[in-house]
Write a protein that binds this ligand. Sequence first.
Ligand SMILES: [Zn+2]
Length: 457
Amino acid sequence: MLRRSFSLGCCLLLGLVALPCPAMAEGWKAGAAKQKITPPEPMWMAGYGSRNHASTGFLNDLWAKALVLEDAKGARVAIVTLDLVGIGRDLADPICDQLQKKFDLNRSNVALCCSHTHSGPVVGRNLRTLHYDLVDARQQKLIDRYAEHLREMIVDVVGRAIDALAPSQISWGQGTATFAVNRRNNKEPDVPRLRAEGQLAGPVDHDVPVLKVTDLGRKTTALLIGYACHATVLDGYDWSSDYPGFAQSELEQQNPGCTALFFAGCGADQNPLPRRRVELARQYGHDLAAAVGAALKSQMKPLAGNLAAGFTEIPLDLAKVPTKEEIEQDTKSADRYVAARARLYHDRLSAGQTVPATYSYPVQVWRLGSELVLVTLGGEVVVDYALRIKQDMGPANTWVAGYANDVMAYIPSRRVLTEGGYEGGGAMVYYSLPSPWAPTIEKTILDAVRTTTPPVR
Ligand SMILES: [Zn+2]
């Protein structure tokens, strides 16, 4: 009804000139909301094992933001972006249960995504061996309390985004930002020179996907943006949403009343280099906002058609289940993380449980009209996946993100797994998984992306 009356109004206003009113023709609604989630008190920070005390200060806020989209048939999806290192199943499952119960949102239709800032709090049992198992009882209590509060705040912010649903135009486009550098170059002393000379090693994904939501008065109400790069410019003791936070703030200042939402792409093997200075976090945030600005000035594609959501959990094989003897041996390791992980499995074996041989891995694919496929993968996904999926599905209409729904480990490609190192297997200990992934990982995930992709409705 609204659609028809607005189309009529549009034509009356324009006299007999037949200008297109694409959004009205599609009947989209959108609603956005945001909630500050900066911890109110000092607590343990996530992402680095080298920190030896709780936070001491503040640089810029952390936010949970929600964007809810509804198509002309009333189908809804909700994307939540979090300025946090990651979210695990321990929190994602109860949040999705609540969203189902309160708002009738199916698991397929909810994406919980993260910026992967390394200057936010420990999030429940995420990176368990790196943090939760090694901090004292007081910090564990603070972590548990924050997780409980976070769960409530996320459910609330989605509810407020639903309440804000209003007829909208939605379009999408892409910009480019070049500060993400493959981690192979981490030890290079002069990255800016190598960048200028085109001499940096390893694959990168410099796309900056942008989904723009405007109201019927053409005012921008939400900007959903992504980028494939670790939010690790900063490693100190001040709360900070790092470069994604500065980008979101700049976009919200440029567009009063707009909610800017950032979530990380497949940047597990990508760092912002050089780094470690606040002015660099601000600079990269500005670079990202400028890339969004360029995308907004380009020919954005209006979304036409309907929403369709696919979600599946696949058993992802681990390379080797350690034996009871190997676990017992590891409990005596001089490496405190190896010992902490071994204690976890030792306790589980003692309680009559088994060591898992697979992990239930979430793969989610949404069609946002006929113009855009959004692939959101669990874990810290290396860039090879985004490049491959975009190549397979079409780079002009595919958006691939990681750090979604359950950040349980690094997700190496076959290439990175074979190369070994931190992303290939070393990091598994910090996520408390019992072994590296099996060599089938890349094929299994890519097959699941194909089978999870819903047909055009
Ligand atoms: Zn990471």
